[in-house]
Write a protein that binds this ligand. Structure first.
Ligand code: KIV
Ligand code: NA
Length: 277
């Protein structure tokens, strides 16, 4: 299987072959996803919510991202490894953005970074691209904006807002972004943006007309422990499976049927067991 690269993703858009993407935060999950032939693995800052148990993504640090990205890196061979820049790591200065982006590449093996925002991120995207760091944009519902927006709501529902999103997407492309994540926007808006861009769009809650789709692994596996938005489909009902197995383990230990004799080690034959007494 050939390594996925930013140019190969752009070629996929041209050929009409849809792009697949999932999040991962640890070695084992990354291996499962990579071995399933998924094209992009994102170490998302959704880490904060689905793995670390925070209310939102704002507390996630660059150290958190480095730690989890390094674990994921060890499990990925074919997929393109994209790592989110967390809140605060690209909001202070261009210099600081570059320093943090470079850390994600050099210390964790990221092959691209992702930043939330449109027009306001053009300078960052240009600077990262000039430093040879591939950048994914991310517009629409941007979870790092939750304090300003006051909640997670579908974006781009008015004509003006839809046009602004399309301008954001074009500006990111012009600045050098290699792909754009479209989150929580009407399918019609995502379709229009996708048709206008040369670089691929990866949708989440943005309908079926994007060039690719991404889901949070814990949403796909029913392991998120939060109410699922409309766009989530559970492809692997792992929570039900795990809960049943956990209860079986408890019962088997409590009633003495685990471990069985076949799951126990024995002294070699001929060694008198009475030496142990
Ligand atoms: O952090 C994340 O999981 C993301 C995806 C939902 C795109 O940014
Ligand atoms: Na994210």
């Amino acid at each position: 299987a050939k390594k996925v690269t930013p140019p190969s993703l752009i070629a996929r858009k041209e050929s009409g072959h849809r792009i697949t993407a999932l999040t991962a935060y640890d070695y084992g999950t990354a291996r499962l996803i990579d071995e399933a032939g998924i094209d992009c693995i994102l170490v998302g800052d959704s880490l904060g919510m689905v793995v670390l148990g925070y209310e939102d993504t704002l507390s996630v640090t660059i150290e958190d991202m480095l730690h989890h990205a390094r674990a994921v890196r060890r499990g990925v061979r074919r997929a393109l490894l994209v790592v989110d820049m967390p809140f605060g790591s690209y909001h202070v200065s261009t210099e600081d953005t570059l320093r943090n982006g470079i850390r994600l590449l050099k210390e964790a093996g990221a092959e691209a970074v992702k930043v939330e925002g449109g027009m306001d991120q053009v300078e960052n995207v240009r600077a990262l691209t000039a430093a040879q760091i591939p950048v994914f944009g991310h517009i629409g519902l941007t979870p790092q904006s939750v304090l300003r927006t006051g909640g997670y709501r579908v974006q781009g529902r008015s004509h003006a807002a839809a046009l602004a999103l399309r301008e954001d997407a074009l500006a990111l492309q012009e600045a050098g972004a290699v792909a754009v994540v479209l989150e929580g926007i009407p399918r019609e808006v995502a379709a229009s943006i996708t048709a206008r861009l040369r670089i691929p769009t990866i949708g989440i809650g943005a309908g079926p007309d994007c060039d690719g789709q991404i889901l949070v692994f814990q949403d796909l596996a029913d392991l998120s422990f939060r109410p699922s938005p409309k766009f989530v489909r559970v492809f692997s009902p792992a929570r039900t499976l795990l809960r049943a197995g956990l209860e079986e383990f408890r019962v088997a230990v409590e009633n003495g049927t685990f471990p069985a004799d076949s799951e126990s080690y024995h002294m070699p034959s001929g060694v008198p067991v009475d030496v142990l007494t």
